[in-house]
Write a protein that binds this ligand. Structure first.
Ligand code: ARG
Length: 462
C-alpha cells in the first residue's frame, strides 16, 4: 500500500521501525500554525503565478484553516506514518478537499518548507523571549531602586573586597541582560529572511513571487541563494549561542541567590511561594528555582553543542541530519520561557536583609584599599601605600581588631603620613562614595545610572 506522498518509486512499504525512527511529527507538530501560515502564503503565490485559479486558492486556504481548527480542537491524529507536520497537514487537506490539495506543493519542497516554518516559529518565540527578558530587567531595576541605600560587601575570589551598593550589584546583571537582549535582537535580524521559493535546493522552475510571500509572512527580505536557504541553520546556532550566554548570566545570579539565602550569608530570604521544603528535614527552605535554573544551564549549553555538531560535517544542501535541529531548539525555547517567567516574581518577592548586608561590610577590611589610597593622596607611591595598608591589616588581625578600633598613634606606628582624618577616610560610606567615577558604585553615580535604566526599561527598548 502506497500511503506516503513520495511512495511512487517504491514497491514495498516502509518498515515499521523506519517509520518510528524517521518520524519527527511527535515534536514538529508544534510548528502546525506556522506550517499552515506558510502554506496559505504559498497558495497566494501559486495563484499569482497562474498555477492555481482564484477559486482553487480559496478552497485550499479554507481547507487549511479547517485543518488548523481541527488541530486546535485536539481532533487531529498525528500518526507517525506521515513522518512530519508538513505531510500530515497536506494529507489532511487532501482528505478534505480532494486531489486539489495535491496542487499546493507545486514549486515547493519540504526543504524550503521546513526552513520557512522554523524561521517563522523562531521569530515569534525570540520576540516573546525578548519581552520576557524585558520583564526580568524591569524587576531588577525596581529592586535596585527600592534598595538604593543598601550597602553590601562586594567580592572578588568570593572574599570580601570593597563595599558596594546592592543596587550596583543588581544593575551589573541589568547590563548583562541588556547585552543578551541585543544578541537576541541581532539574531532575529538574521532569522528574518524568507527561504520559500528555494525548492529542494536549486530554486523553482515556476514564476513564484518570493517578495509577495515575504510580505504576506512579515519577512523583511528573501534569501539570496537557494542552496544556502535550505541548508542554513546558522540562525538556530546563533539563537542557541545567545540563549547559552543568557543562561550563563541566569546561572551566575542563581549562584548568588543560593549563596545569599544560606545561613552563612543571610543576605536575602526568598518568599515561601518561591521556595521549597525538604521531605525529611522540617527546618529546610530551599532555593530550588535558582538551583534548577543553574542546573538547566547545562542542557541549554548541551543543545548548542549538539546543534553545532550536527551541522559540522554536512555537505550542501539538505540532509536528514538537519531534522535533529528541532528538539534542541524547542527545548531551549521552553527552558528559557519558564525560567524568564518564574524569575521576576521570585525576585520581586524576596526579602532583602539590609542590616545583615551592611553588618557584613564591617569585618574583612573592605576599606583596606581606602587606607592605601589615603597614603597615595599624601604623596606615597601606590605600591608603598599598599604595603603600609597591608601592615595595618596584619596589625589588626593579630590583635583581633578592625580599623575602627585603631587610635592615631597605632596608625602612625605604621606610617607617619596617617593623620586624624584617617578614621573618616576608611569609613564604609566614604569608601563607597569616593567611587564616583563613571560606572562606579558611589550613591550619586548609581542614582544617575538608575535614572537612565529606568527610562530604558520604560521604553522597553534595551
Ligand atoms: N521533517 C523534515 C525535517 O525536519 C522535513 C524536511 C524533510 N525533507 C526531506 N527531503 N526529507 O528536516
Amino acid at each position: 500500500m502506497k500511503t506516503k506522498p513520495w511512495a511512487g518509486r517504491f514497491s514495498s512499504v516502509t518498515d515499521k521501525l523506519v517509520d518510528e525512527f524517521n518520524a519527527s511529527i511527535s515534536f514538529d507538530k508544534r510548528l502546525y500554525r506556522h506550517d499552515i501560515r506558510g502554506s496559505v502564503a504559498h497558495a497566494e503565490v501559486l495563484k499569482k503565478a497562474g498555477i492555481l485559479t482564484d477559486k482553487e486558492a480559496r478552497k485550499i486556504v479554507k481547507g487549511l484553516k479547517e485543518v488548523e481548527s481541527e488541530i486546535e480542537a485536539g481532533r487531529f491524529s498525528f500518526g507517525i506514518e506521515l513522518e512530519d507536520i508538513h505531510m500530515a497537514v497536506e494529507k489532511r487537506l487532501t482528505d478534505k478537499i480532494g486531489p486539489l490539495g495535491g496542487k499546493l506543493h507545486t514549486g515547493r519542497s519540504r526543504n524550503d518548507q521546513v526552513a520557512l516554518d522554523i524561521r517563522l516559529y523562531l521569530k515569534d518565540e525570540a520576540y516573546a523571549i525578548v519581552s520576557l527578558l524585558h520583564e526580568l530587567k524591569r524587576a531588577l531595576v525596581e529592586i535596585a531602586e527600592k534598595s538604593a541605600d543598601c550597602i553590601m560587601p562586594g567580592y572578588t575570589h568570593l572574599q570580601r573586597a570593597q563595599p558596594v551598593l546592592l543596587a550596583h550589584h543588581l544593575l551589573a546583571y541589568y547590563e548583562m541582560f541588556k547585552r543578551d537582549t541585543g544578541r537576541l535582537s541581532d539574531c532575529i535580524e538574521r532569522v528574518d529572511e524568507l527561504p520559500l521559493g528555494s525548492g529542494a535546493l536549486a530554486g523553482s522552475p515556476y514564476e513564484l513571487d518570493r517578495n509577495l510571500a515575504a510580505r504576506l509572512l512579515g519577512f523583511s527580505r528573501v534569501t539570496e541563494n537557494s542552496m544556502d536557504a535550505v541548508s542554513d541553520r546558522d540562525f538556530i546556532v546563533e539563537f542557541l549561542s545567545a540563549a547559552s550566554i543568557l543562561m550563563m548570566h541566569i546561572s551566575r545570579l542563581s549562584e548568588e541567590l543560593i549563596l545569599w539565602s544560606s545561613q552563612e550569608f543571610g543576605f536575602i530570604e526568598l518568599s515561601d511561594a518561591f521556595s521549597t521544603g525538604s521531605s525529611i528535614m522540617p527546618q529546610k527552605k530551599n532555593p530550588d528555582v535558582a538551583e534548577l535554573s543553574r542546573g538547566k544551564t547545562g542542557r541549554v549549553y548541551g543543545n548548542l553543542i549538539s546543534m553545532l555538531t550536527t551541522m559540522k560535517g554536512l555537505p550542501l544542501a539538505y540532509n536528514k541530519d538537519m531534522q535533529e535541529d528541532k528538539e534542541p531548539l524547542f527545548d531551549t525555547i521552553d527552558t528559557l520561557k519558564i525560567i524568564l517567567e518564574v524569575w521576576p516574581p521570585m525576585l520581586r518577592t524576596m526579602n532583602i536583609k539590609k542590616e545583615t548586608m551592611l553588618k557584613a561590610t564591617s569585618a574583612g577590611f573592605l576599606n583596606a584599599t581606602d587606607a592605601a589610597d589615603y597614603l597615595v593622596k599624601k604623596g606615597l607611591p601606590f605600591r608603598e601605600a599598599h604595603h603600609a595598608a597591608g601592615q595595618a591589616v596584619a596589625y589588626c588581625i593579630s590583635r583581633g581588631l578592625t580599623f575602627d578600633d585603631l587610635d592615631l598613634s597605632e596608625w602612625q606606628g605604621i606610617s607617619k603620613l596617617f593623620g586624624p582624618d584617617i578614621k573618616d577616610a576608611v569609613s564604609i560610606e566614604r569608601s563607597l562614595n569616593t567611587r564616583k567615577v563613571y560606572g562606579g558604585t558611589a550613591v550619586e553615580t548609581v542614582k544617575k545610572r538608575l535614572k537612565a535604566v529606568k527610562a530604558e526599561v520604560a521604553l522597553g527598548c534595551c
